[in-house]
Design a protein around this ligand. Structure first.
Ligand code: NAD
Length: 490
C-alpha cells in the first residue's frame, strides 16, 4: 500500500500544480469563462485537484475543432490511422500503472480489479485498430436490373459522454471504434472522476493524433453535457450512464435529430437452479456484485435462488460476504473500496432502512465502515420479495438482494419483472432448460454457467430501460457510420 501511495503522489504532482484543463484542437486550455471545480478522493474526501468547468462556449469550440478536423481524418489512409491507434495502445500499456493508481484514487475502485483496466483499454484500441481497414467494407446486392453497391462512411463528429464508475475503460470502449470508423470526437467525461480521461487524451495526442480529432471538455452534465447533445455539428451521441439521463439526452438531442447509443442502468439477475454447480455459481455471484464496488452496470445485483438449495447456498454466501475485505483502494488486498461520492453513498446506504421497512432481512453488512470516506460493508439482503424496492431499483453498490423461487416459470417472471434488461446470468446443468430460459430472459447479454467475460467481437448492450443499440465488433461501426446504397443500372 505504501509503495502505491508514494507512486500515486508522484503521478498527482502535476495535476496538483496545473489542475486538469480541457484539450481542444490539440491545445490544453482552461475553461473559456475561467471556472473550475474541485475533484476529491472518495477515500478521505481530500482535494485531488481543480478541473476546468467547461460550459456551452467550450463545447462550441470543441465541436468546431472536431468539425474542422473531420474531412482529413476521414480521408487519412487506413494504414496511417491504424498505426496511430496502435501507438495509443502502446502508450496506454506504458502508463498502465499510472492510469490504474489514478483511477483508484479518483473513483474508489480497488486496485486488484483496476490494475487490469488500463490494459483492457489498450486491448480496445488494438482490437479496433485491426478493424480500421475493413470499416468501410460494403456489399454488392444484385437484382436482374440493378447492381446495388452498399458502402459505409463515418457519420461525422460525435459526442461521447461517460460515467464515473470505470471511466478509463469505458472511454476507450467508445472512442476507439469512433476513431477507427473515421469519426472525430468530443469527449465529456464524468465530473466525479476526470483524471484518467485527461491522461487518455494526452496519450492520444502524443501518439500523433492530428489536432481536433479528439477533444476533451470537462464540466457538468447540465451545461457542458447538455450543449454537446444539442450541438448541430455533432452527429451522434454515445452515452453511458443512468437511464433517466439517457431519457434527458434523447429530449435534448431531438431538435437536431441526434443518433443515440445508450448504455444505461441494470438490475441484473443471477439465476441459480438446484441442478447447477453450486460452488462455481457461488463464486461467480460474489464476484459479479462485490467486485468493482458493485458500481458496475452488469453487476448481478439480484440473486434468484431455487428454494430447494436456498438455505445452504445463502448460508455459504453470508459467510463469504462477511469476509470480503473493505479498505484503501490502493491496497492490493482490498476487495471493496469506498463509494464514489457522498450523494451516492447516501443513496446506497438509504437502502439499508428501505430493505428493513419493506420486511427483508439484512443478512450481512448493512452499515457504514469508519467515519471518513464513503466505505460501506458488503451487504446481502435475504427474504426479499420481487416487488420490494431493493429488488426493483438499481442501487449500484456492493449490495445483493436474494429472492427465492420454486419453479422455472416463477424464476423467469421475477427475472423479467423489472424495468431493466442489461445482463443476466443463468446457472444450470440442464441444457434444455438453459436454452428455454435464456430464450425468454429479457436481457441484451446472458452468460450461462459463467460470470461476465467480455468478448470484444460480440454485441454489448441492453434492452428495456438498459439501453438502445449495441457496440462491440462491427456493431460499433453500425453506430458510428452511415450506410449508403448506390444502384447501377445493368
Ligand atoms: P449519470 O447519468 O449521472 O452521468 C453520466 C454522464 O452523463 C456524466 O458525464 C454526466 O456529466 C453526464 N450528464 C448528466 N446529465 C446530463 C445531461 N442532461 N446531458 C448530457 N450529459 C449529462 O451516470 P453516473 O452516475 O455517472 O453513472 C452511473 C450509471 O451509469 C449507472 O446507472 C450505471 O448502470 C450506468 N452505467 C451503464 C453502463 C452500461 O454499459 N450499460 C456502464 C457503466 C455505467
Amino acid at each position: 500500500l505504501q509503495t502505491h501511495i508514494a507512486k500515486l503522489e508522484g503521478y498527482l504532482d502535476r495535476f496538483k500544480t496545473s489542475g486538469i484543463e480541457n484539450l481542444i484542437n490539440g491545445e490544453s486550455r482552461p475553461a473559456i469563462n475561467g471556472a473550475r471545480f474541485d475533484t476529491t478522493s472518495p477515500v478521505d474526501n481530500s482535494l485531488i485537484c481543480q478541473v476546468a468547468k467547461g460550459d456551452a462556449a467550450d463545447m462550441d469550440a470543441a465541436a468546431a475543432a472536431a468539425k474542422a478536423a473531420f474531412p482529413a481524418w476521414r480521408d487519412m489512409p487506413a494504414k496511417e490511422r491504424k498505426a496511430i491507434l496502435i501507438r495509443i495502445a502502446e502508450l496506454i500499456e506504458e502508463r498502465a500503472e499510472e492510469i490504474a493508481l489514478c483511477e483508484c484514487w479518483d473513483t474508489g475502485q480497488a486496485y486488484r480489479f483496476m490494475s487490469k483496466a488500463a490494459l483492457r483499454g489498450a486491448a480496445n484500441f488494438r482490437f479496433f485498430a485491426d478493424k480500421v481497414s475493413s470499416a468501410r467494407d460494403g456489399q454488392n446486392l444484385q437484382s436482374p436490373t440493378l447492381m446495388n453497391v452498399t458502402t459505409r462512411t463515418p457519420i461525422g463528429p460525435v459526442g461521447v459522454i461517460t460515467p464515473w464508475n470505470t471511466p478509463f475503460m469505458l472511454s476507450t470502449w467508445k472512442i476507439a471504434p469512433a476513431l477507427a470508423a473515421g469519426c472525430t470526437v468530443v469527449h465529456k467525461p464524468a465530473e466525479f472522476s476526470p483524471l484518467t480521461a485527461r491522461i487518455l487524451a494526452e496519450i492520444a495526442h502524443e501518439a500523433g493524433l492530428p489536432k481536433g480529432v479528439w477533444n476533451l471538455v470537462n464540466g457538468f452534465g447540465e451545461d457542458a453535457g447538455k450543449r454537446l447533445t444539442e450541438h448541430p455539428d455533432i452527429k451522434a451521441i454515445a452515452f453511458v450512464g443512468e437511464s433517466r439521463t439517457g431519457s434527458l439526452i434523447m429530449k435534448q438531442g431531438a431538435d437536431t435529430l441526434k443518433r443515440v447509443h445508450f448504455e444505461l442502468g441494470g438490475k441484473n439477475p443471477v439465476v441459480v437452479f438446484e441442478d447447477a454447480d453450486l460452488d462455481r455459481a457461488l463464486d461467480a455471484a460474489i464476484f459479479m456484485i462485490y467486485s468493482l464496488n458493485g458500481e458496475r452496470c452488469t453487476s448481478s445485483s439480484r440473486l434468484l435462488i431455487q428454494k430447494s438449495v436456498a438455505k445452504e447456498f445463502q448460508e455459504k454466501l453470508i459467510e463469504r460476504v462477511k469476509k470480503i475485505r473493505v479498505g484503501h483502494p490502493l491496497d492490493p488486498k482490498t476487495e471493496v473500496g469506498p463509494l464514489i461520492h457522498e450523494e451516492h453513498f447516501n443513496k446506497v446506504t438509504s437502502y439499508f432502512d428501505i430493505a428493513k421497512e419493506d420486511g427483508a432481512t439484512i443478512a450481512a453488512g448493512g452499515k457504514r465502515i469508519g467515519n471518513e470516506g464513503y466505505f460501506v460493508a458488503p451487504t446481502l439482503v435475504t427474504n426479499a420479495k420481487p416487488d420490494m424496492r431493493v429488488s426493483q431499483e438499481e442501487i449500484f453498490g456492493p449490495f445483493l438482494t436474494a429472492i427465492e423461487f420454486e419453479t422455472e416459470e416463477e424464476a423467469l417472471e421475477i427475472a423479467n419483472g423489472v424495468d431493466y434488461g442489461l445482463s443476466g446470468y443463468v446457472w444450470t446443468n440442464d441444457l434444455t432448460r438453459a436454452i428455454r430460459f435464456t430464450d425468454k430472459l429479457e436481457a441484451g447479454m446472458i452468460w450461462v454457467n459463467s460470470e461476465n467475460v467480455r468478448h470484444l467481437p460480440s454485441p454489448f448492450g441492453g434492452v428495456k430501460a438498459s439501453g438502445i443499440g449495441r457496440d462491440g465488433g462491427d456493431w460499433s461501426f453500425e453506430f458510428y457510420m452511415e450506410q449508403k446504397n448506390i444502384a447501377f443500372a445493368l
